[in-house]
Design a protein around this ligand. Structure first.
Ligand code: HEC
Length: 159
């Protein structure tokens, strides 16, 4: 195919993925989560803290609320500790190691179309930092080893 303006523009967009240094919680991640996740994960929707959620998972799941994701701190608890990797396991598109080829069950909420979901996932991955998107838990489970200090060290998570 002969390159035209659109294929050239598309290639340029893919050639320049968002870099962690450019992506911040305040400018990029908070607005994304507000648009895509607020109805079930923000305090205003009755979402519990992670600790409250863990005490009564079934009740909250029935009410269609998951743990709060409306502050930097509540988010980091689902990325780094104590619920290490939960954010990545739920939002992965199925291509990461240990995803088993299946997208996480929150992946569909990343957007209306494949393109929008891919773009938002790329933003979140860039925010975590190169090598920071790992599906491992704090403790090993089954064939999945525990997250390592080296993996945790990759997290950038700029505020
Ligand atoms: C329609 C409601 C709804 C939307 C929208 C939604 N979620 Fe969820 N989410 C839930 C419910 C309910 C649970 C708890 C049940 C479960 O684990 O699947 C949950 C669980 C989670 C968990 C696992 C928490 C844990 O401690 O195990 C993460 C992480 C998560 N959601 C992230 C997101 C993100 C990020 C978005 C936006 C892109 C989002 N969710 C959109 C309802 C929703």
């Amino acid at each position: 195919m002969k390159p035209n303006f659109w294929t050239t523009a598309a290639c340029a967009a893919f050639a320049l993925p968002a870099m962690a240094a450019d992506v911040s919680y305040r400018a990029d991640v908070a607005p994304l989560l507000k648009a895509q996740c607020a109805e079930c994960h923000f305090a205003a929707a009755g979402a519990p803290t992670l600790q409250e959620f863990d005490l009564a998972k079934e009740k909250f799941t029935k009410d269609k609320t998951g743990p709060r994701l409306d502050t930097y701190e509540t988010l980091v608890a689902l990325i780094a500790y104590p619920d290490s990797g939960a954010f990545m396991r739920r939002l992965d598109d199925g291509t990461s190691q240990y995803a088993g080829g299946k997208p996480g069950n929150m992946y569909k909420y990343l957007g209306e179309t494949d393109a929008e979901r891919a773009k938002n996932l790329a933003t979140l991955k860039a925010w975590l930092g190169q090598g920071g998107w790992n599906l491992n838990r704090w403790k090993a489970r089954g064939d999945v080893p525990a997250v390592t200090k080296e993996q945790v060290d990759k997290l950038v998570l700029k505020y």
